[in-house]
Write a protein that binds this ligand. Structure first.
Ligand SMILES: [Zn+2]
Length: 146
């Protein structure tokens, strides 16, 4: 999913689950589980894309996601815990980034790449964005009921 979707889920976890061990674990494991849902992403056709453009898009996606997550979920949460949950919800793609941008195709980066590329559910626009909006909304609702 987009970094924005992962950041929103990480922030929603931080704001609803006060136990840090549970929250950080859930935010961490949410990444590959969310990626199973068919979605669109900037990196879907990363091989054909100019690396500089992809880097700008990925950075903008991450920055926007963190800011939006902070506005929606970060107000009454310990900031270390809040950004910790966002970090672990994004870390899979952060570890994978050198594979895309620097051609680093060796372990553990290549392991993460192989796992993630096999677990990606892909969908074209607009459905690939709609699935993410619905997933984030549903996950936020469920977390608020816990
Ligand atoms: Zn991912």
């Amino acid at each position: 999913m987009t970094a924005t979707a992962h950041a929103l889920i990480g922030g929603a976890v931080a704001s609803t689950i006060s136990n840090p061990e549970l929250g950080l674990s859930l935010a961490f494991i949410s990444h590959p589980l969310l990626d199973l849902i068919p979605h669109w992403d900037f990196a879907n056709n990363w091989r054909a894309k100019d690396k500089f453009i992809l880097f700008i898009e990925a950075s903008a996606d991450l920055t926007f996601g963190v800011l939006l997550s902070y506005i929606l979920f970060g107000q009454n949460v310990n900031l270390w815990y809040f950004f910790g949950c966002i970090f672990v919800s994004e870390v899979w793609d952060i570890i994978e980034a050198p594979y895309w941008f620097l051609n680093w195709k060796f372990p553990p980066i290549s392991w993460i790449y192989n796992v993630q590329s096999k677990m990606q559910g892909k969908a074209a626009l607009p459905w690939g964005i709609i699935t993410q909006i619905l997933t984030v909304a549903l996950a936020t609702l469920i977390l608020q009921k816990i």
